[in-house]
Design a protein around this ligand. Structure first.
Ligand SMILES: [Mg+2]
Length: 372
């Protein structure tokens, strides 16, 4: 059987009321375009939104990085952009950083995650989309799900899982060619942790089963400022995770989101805020955040998708959301101070950099020995 490719391509091409959510007209246009391609270019497709982003999940047999599939998604986003302009929406076309499509949307702005798989008889997988944060937001949940038996008992209980997983980690601060490293859990657990502790720089790109060589995870690693040369918006990652059998169970992959770790994002992309698990098609509200993550669970057979199961809509997550709200408000109490904001090396700080440059000549050297 020819391999099946799952492709997710996601972009923010305009939203209502600031950076809150795309309009129904935009989503409908993308859904209509996807429906027209089913049975020809695509086997199946699902169109969803998380915060201000529209994501296209497509199944097909053309492989990763296929120019026709990517061109289809690009053109759908161009059409959604024109609707956003007609409606006077904010940030119309903001993630389409180049004027023309050139073979592959990687490097043009939209986020991409693609898995090429031998379809299992039962093929459950999870499609994550996050808004108001960056790709490193998935570092901790992936570490816990694929490398920590405190989170994932399957690492002890399943002979296949106990052989561990290979993590492919990208240095996203590096511009030009991709700079990646492959490390194996559990043997290189400390090395993996040493990289993943810095989510602004090191990002999990994929995770592969040691027992079978099958790929479990494909996550996007796009950092928009590396493409645009300046801050144009947060990178709002997407991710596909295959679950069950030789991979962690669905619940083992979802459990880490109950921790609501602090991630980069929120207002003007410049803050640390807790990541809130939300239902599908949830908008954004408080302080351009908190950063949100949605998850649609599917099964796929012969390339055909089931309907999505909205996993974070379950009542369990209501309490978690309440806790995230408290955590977010607590952190906001310290305003601009210290750990509330991202490190100065991040490219969001154009305004502050200007102020600091302007102040430098006003510093004076005091005569006498140093007091520190
Ligand atoms: Mg967004």
């Amino acid at each position: 059987m020819e391999k099946l490719t799952l492709s997710v391509i996601k972009a923010d091409v305009g939203s209502i009321g600031g950076h809150l959510r795309p309009s129904h007209a935009m989503l409908e246009r993308v859904r209509n375009r996807a429906a027209a391609c089913k049975g020809s270019l695509l086997i199946d497709a699902y169109v969803g939104s998380t915060g201000d982003d529209i994501a296209l999940l497509m199944t097909h047999r053309h492989g990763r990085g296929n120019s026709d599939v990517h061109a289809f998604a690009w053109n759908a986003f161009v059409e959604a952009t024109s609707i956003a302009r007609e409606q006077g929406l904010y940030g119309a076309g903001q993630d389409l950083l180049k004027d023309a499509f050139s073979g592959n949307v990687r490097g043009l702005g939209p986020a991409v995650a693609e898995l090429e798989i031998e379809e299992r008889p039962a093929e459950p997988f999870l499609f994550f989309a996050a808004d108001k944060t960056d790709p490193g937001a998935f570092n901790l949940p992936l570490y816990l799900a694929f490398a920590d038996p405190m989170n994932t008992p399957g690492l002890m209980l399943s002979p296949e899982l106990s052989r561990g997983f290979r993590f492919v980690i990208m240095d996203v601060a590096h511009t030009g060619q991709d700079r990646v490293i492959e490390l194996q859990a559990p043997a290189q657990l400390h090395e993996i942790a040493a990289l993943l502790r810095d989510p602004e720089r090191y990002v999990v790109e994929s995770v592969i089963s040691v027992a079978t060589g099958e790929q479990a995870v494909a996550a996007c690693t796009t950092r928009l400022h590396n493409i645009a040369g300046k801050y144009t918006g947060k990178d709002d990652p997407v991710m596909l995770v295959r679950v069950q059998k030789n991979f962690p169970a669905t619940g083992e992959v979802l459990a880490p989101y109950a921790l609501a770790p602090l991630v980069g994002g929120g207002m003007r992309g410049s803050h640390h805020m807790p990541l809130m698990p939300v239902p599908l098609e949830c908008g954004v509200s408080y302080f351009d955040g908190p950063p949100i993550v949605s998850c649609a669970a599917f099964c796929v057979h012969d390339g055909r998708l089931t309907e999505p199961q909205d996993v974070f809509a379950h009542p369990f997550w209501n309490r978690i959301r309440d806790r995230v709200t408290d955590k977010a408000v607590d952190l906001r109490r310290q305003g601009f101070f210290g750990a509330a904001m991202l490190p100065m090396a991040e490219p969001e700080y154009t305004g502050i950099t200007t102020i600091l440059d302007r102040l430098q000549p006003s510093f004076t050297l005091r005569p006498g020995p140093a007091s520190h």
